[in-house]
Design a protein around this ligand. Structure first.
Ligand code: ZN
Length: 260
């Protein structure tokens, strides 16, 4: 049986894929990846990411300002995301908090809060990146309230307890490379807690290749590596996980059969 997978988090509008997107998507389709959600990470990419998705029916997209690219102008620039739905976006992202980013945490928080508010205005879910800042993330979500249309935390690295709190706030979780390490008891606990209803698969291409392919440029066609690892860790059949994660991605992002 041919699997239908959705890469819930990747970056197709990137230097590594310049002029290669049709070839990258053909490889993905061959691997069973029939839908993709491509995230823009800064305002300069919003127009080109939207154009790329419009040219390829399997690609949905998210618009946002990633914590790595936060500047003093970001909170104002992010106000334009109120129109993200009109621009065709399926989510606001990639947004969030990262203790390794250059921008100071207060600036990241201010930008994140504006983007959460814009997700409310645009009536879209959010795609969150959170590294080393789960305490801050939970504090902000509790103070402004959970996003009305839910969201996902990509490359989820938090605890089972925080996952449970986020699930109550309507969040899904994607994992990619981290699954392929197959070495963490904590991760298996988290996986069992979020599966089947809240797990998504992601590659985060062109970054974060599965450990089997370390050192290469990651592509959406590698998603089956993450599926295989999830199947091993959850001790469930690949077909079942494919079905559940694809249904979850469609529900969260409002994707139609063709991906969008
Ligand atoms: Zn990403």
């Amino acid at each position: 049986m041919a699997l239908e997978l959705i890469d819930a988090h990747c970056h197709l509008d990137c230097e590594a894929f310049r002029d290669r997107v049709p070839e990258i998507l053909a490889g993905a389709a061959e691997a069973g990846v029939t839908g993709l959600v491509s995230c823009a990470t800064q305002p300069d990419e919003w127009g080109s990411t939207a154009a790329l998705a419009k040219a390829h029916p399997s690609v949905a997209f998210a618009l946002g300002i990633h914590p790595w690219y936060v500047t003093p102008e970001s909170a104002t620039a992010a106000l334009r995301l109120a129109d993200a739905r009109l621009m065709g976006a399926s989510a606001i992202g990639e947004i969030g908090l990262d203790t390794h980013a250059d921008a100071p945490m207060d600036l990241q928080q201010a930008t994140f809060e504006v983007q959460l508010a814009m997700a409310g205005k645009a009536d879209l879910p959010v795609v969150v990146h959170c590294r080393g800042a789960f305490g801050e993330l939970m504090r902000i979500l509790r103070s402004v309230g959970p996003p009305a249309r839910g969201g996902m935390v990509h490359a989820y690295s938090g605890s089972e307890e925080i996952a449970a709190d986020l699930m109550e706030m309507g969040f899904y979780f994607s994992m990619g490379r981290s699954l392929t390490y197959r070495n963490s008891k904590k991760r298996v606990q988290v996986l069992k807690r979020i599966y089947p209803d809240r797990l998504l698969l992601e590659t985060d291409s062109p970054d974060m290749p599965p450990v089997e392919l370390s050192g290469t440029v990651n592509v959406p066609a590698n998603l089956p590596y993450c599926l295989r690892a999830a199947a091993e860790l959850l001790e469930r059949p690949e077909e079942e996980i494919a079905k559940a994660t694809t249904a979850n991605a469609r529900r969260l992002f409002g994707l139609g059969k063709a991906g969008r």
